[in-house]
Design a binder for this molecule. Sequence first.
Ligand code: SF4
Length: 336
Amino acid sequence: MEKMREVLPPGREILLEAKNVKKYFPIQKGFLRKTVGHVRAVDDVSLTVYRGETLGFVGESGCGKSTLGRVLLMLAPPTEGDVVFEGESLLRLDPEELRRRRKEMRMVFQDPNASLNPRHTVQRIIEEPMLIHGLHSSRKERLEKVVELLESVGLNSSHLHRRPSEFSGGQKQRIAIARALALRPKLIIADEPVSALDVSIQSQILNLMKDLQEEYRLTYVFISHNLSVVKHISDRVGVMYLGRIVELTTKEQLYRNPLHPYTQALISAIPVPDPKPVRQRERIILKGELPSPSNPPKGCRFHSRCPKAMDVCKSVEPRLQEVSPGCLVACHLYGT
Ligand code: SF4
C-alpha cells in the first residue's frame, strides 16, 4: 500500500486528502456477465490538496486522471480508500450530509455542449443548482445572483434568456463556470476544461479561472493531457501513469528539472515556440504502447517503456516518496 510521505509545508492548510484511493471497474463477459477482471483506473493514490492552490494532473489518455477527479468528488465512489474534505471522511457521510458537502465541491467538464441543457435558458442553467440546494429563496435574489455570476465570467444580463446553442465554445464554458460558482464552492475540479476550445480562447478561459480563484478564494484540481495548459495555471503538478501518481511537485521544479523518466519524456515533447535557442533537452521518444490498466506490468508500471529501466524495475514496484522538500517521485533511480 502506497504511503504518503509528504510533509505539510508551513502555513499551508489541507482542504482535501485522498488516502490510498482505488477505483476499479469490473470487466464483464458472456451471457451471465461474469466478472473476468478489473480495469484499475485509479490504483492506490494518496494526495493532499492545499486550500487556495491549483493542483494540476497530467498524463496520457487512460492514465486515470479523470476518474481520479470524479472519485475526489464522490461522483464515482472509490473501490477502496478514503476521501477527506476539511477533515471529514466523505465515505462516512449519509446521503443528505454528502449532498450538503457537494455544494462546496463542484466540477467543470470538458464539453460544455454535453454539460449544459440545450433546452434551458442561461438563467435557468445557472439558477438550477441554487433551486436544488435551496439557496437564495426569492426569485429577485436569484436573478441578481445569476447576473452577478454572469458578469464575473465576462457575460452580462443580455445573455440571460438565450440558450446554449447561441454561444461560442468559450462562452459556453464561461456559462458552465458561472453555474459551478453558483453555490460558492470551496473546491472546483476542472476536467480538461479548455481542451475543446481553440488555442486563442484557451488562455482567456485560463486567465478567467485565475481571476475567479482570487475573487472567490477557490481551490482548483485541474486535469489535462496538455502540459502547457497545466503549466499556465497550476502551483503544483502531479503526473499520472497507469492509475498511479509517479511524480508530484511544484510547477517550477517539474518543468525545470523533471525527475521521473516518464515526466522527462512528457516535458521533452512540449513544442518549443521559438526554435532559435538550442533545445536544452533532446526529445525522448517512448517506445511501445501504453499497457492496459486491466493488466499493468509487474514491478514499475513504466518499465516496459522506460529508457532507464534496470533489472530491479521489472520486479519491485517503486514507492512514491519525498526525495526533496515537497517533491515526490516513484522511481528506483531515487532510492525508492
Ligand atoms: Fe524507469 Fe525503473 Fe524508474 Fe520505473 S523505476 S521509471 S523503470 S528507472
